[in-house]
Design a protein around this ligand. Structure first.
Ligand code: NDP
Ligand code: 2IT
Length: 445
């Protein structure tokens, strides 16, 4: 990073004390932007970086709710409306005890550039709560969601701010949130949420989209390097929405996934994960991975955090931020891993990314590789706006075309700026440029 960008970043750190994930995400983007500021000095003059690092609006609110025994609980709710240059604020809600303002800001900041890369009309935002859904009854989840949206509803709308899922928020939670939103506003406004159920405005492929998209992205990177997915051995961390459908698409393309994980354990199944069993436990049920081993004794449970020590060709981190560190990256490289596609947001530390890049591993950063989820959310909004619903095949083709487009944009942008195959630089510059051009057109707003 050059001296001028260092100064911009120091000011971001000073303005946002203690928000380590936000500092990390902004540093990563700024680290790529030197060449584009040289080419377009007006972006520096207009203070585009400083403006993009400051959310347009941040909403923080109390979420009181009662558990099944009548005990009162207070959680904190967030929605960071980061940037609406390209469209309504768009991004998921995360319910996890680790959620802080800094976590939501890092996710919202990434979302600006990710959404820009899709080429679709969506701005960037993110929200959530430090509420822990684990071990809660359906009734408790419903009461929490109703309380959460009773405050947040006034800030939402299909042309304003459109939430979706993320960690701890899936179809069940979107149902409770949308139901209460509909009740308060007296509007059946489907385009205000995405990730809805298929009977009430949802879109085919949205559930699968992030995981499938991360695999389409690695497929594109491999093709560009004269390689294929077929026959490869893969590691996919996590066992939630993104991980399960990444494993499914890898299987469809003839690759074998030998391990996945949750926050307690790593599941190692050297014969290849039994997708039907995994889906029965994790998609239809809310089981832990330990239940898999009870049903399939040839599989083993390993300690949490050890997934990256298993030899593989392809690695897809699909759990959470900073789950893959420098040592993990070195182990993957030593064991012959040739490509990494980030299904999660910022799962690799900055040091890990540097190891991959130095070793010539094809590396697809989250804001490009996991953009299939939000892109398909935008397709859900299109279907809602036209009161239409598309077939699975058509929607999946749209998704794969969008992922190929993002891949090519990153590759071409990296070449334009003299760093061939640097998908990090390509993604950051291409995303930034689209937002910066729109903001320039609007004047100082
Ligand atoms: P889910 O809640 O469905 O699954 C999350 C998975 O990650 C679970 O297996 C969970 O294990 C594990 N996990 C979560 N937090 C931690 C932690 N602190 N340490 C270890 N493991 C953890 O979420 P998603 O699959 O939707 O999201 C996964 C990642 O993908 C996130 O980074 C998210 O931001 C990103 N993403 C999601 C998109 C989407 O459309 N859903 C779109 C783009 C990115 P456990 O059950 O033990 O908690
Ligand atoms: O991180 C993400 O891109 C998501 N959680 C999906 C956001 C969305 O609006 O579909």
């Amino acid at each position: 990073m050059n001296k001028r960008l260092e100064e911009v970043w120091s000011e971001i750190v000073r303005m946002n004390p203690g928000e380590s994930e936000f500092h990390q995400a902004t540093k990563e983007v700024l680290g790529s932007l030197g060449p584009v500021l040289e080419k377009n000095p007006e972006f520096a003059r207009l203070k585009m970086l400083q403006r993009m690092a400051e959310p347009e609006r941040q909403i923080i609110f109390r979420v009181p709710w009662q558990d099944d025994r009548g005990e009162v609980h207070i959680n904190r709710g967030y929605r960071v409306e980061f940037n609406s240059a390209l469209g309504p604020y768009k991004g998921g809600l995360r319910f996890h005890p680790s959620v802080t303002l800094g976590v939501i800001k890092f996710l919202g900041f990434e979302q600006i550039f990710k959404n820009a890369l899709t080429g679709l009309p969506i701005g960037g935002g993110k929200g959530g709560s430090n509420f822990d859904p684990k071990g809660k009854s359906d009734d408790e989840i419903m009461r929490f969601c109703q309380s959460f949206i009773t405050e947040l509803y006034r800030h939402l709308g299909e042309h304003t701010d459109v939430p979706a899922g993320d960690i701890g928020v899936g179809g069940r939670e979107i149902g409770y949130l949308f139901g209460q939103y509909k009740r308060i506003t007296n509007r059946w406004e489907a385009g205000t949420f995405t990730g809805k159920g298929l009977d009430w405005g949802g879109a085919l492929v949205r559930t699968e989209a992030t995981g499938y998209g991360a695999v389409f992205f690695i497929q594109e990177m491999l093709h560009a390097a004269g390689e294929v997915v077929e026959g490869k051995t893969c590691l996919v961390s996590g066992s939630g929405n993104v991980a399960v459908f990444a494993i499914e698409k890898l299987e469809q393309l003839g690759a074998k996934t030998v391990a996945c994980s949750d926050s307690d354990n790593v599941l190692h199944d050297p014969d290849g994960i039994d997708l039907e069993l995994l889906k029965e436990l994790k998609v239809d049920g809310r089981e832990r991975l330990s239940a898999y081993v009870e049903r399939r004794p040839t599989a083993k449970l390993l300690p949490a955090g050890s997934i990256w020590s298993i030899p593989c060709d392809l690695a897809l981190p699909c759990a959470t931020q900073n789950e893959l560190n420098e040592q993990d990256a070195r182990t993957l490289v030593k064991n012959g891993c040739i490509a990494v596609s980030e299904g999660a947001n910022m799962p690799s530390t900055a040091e890990a990314v540097a190891v991959f890049q130095e070793a010539g591993v094809l590396f697809g950063p989250g804001k490009a590789a996991n953009a299939g989820g939000v892109a398909t959310s935008a397709l859900e909004m299109q279907q809602n706006a036209s009161r239409d619903s598309w077939s699975f095949e058509y929607t999946e083709k749209r998704l794969s075309d969008i992922m190929a487009g993002i891949h090519d944009t990153c590759l071409e942008t990296a070449e334009e700026f003299g760093s061939p195959r640097d998908y990090v630089l390509g993604a950051n510059i291409a995303g930034f440029r689209r937002v910066a051009r729109a903001m320039t057109a609007y004047g100082l707003v």
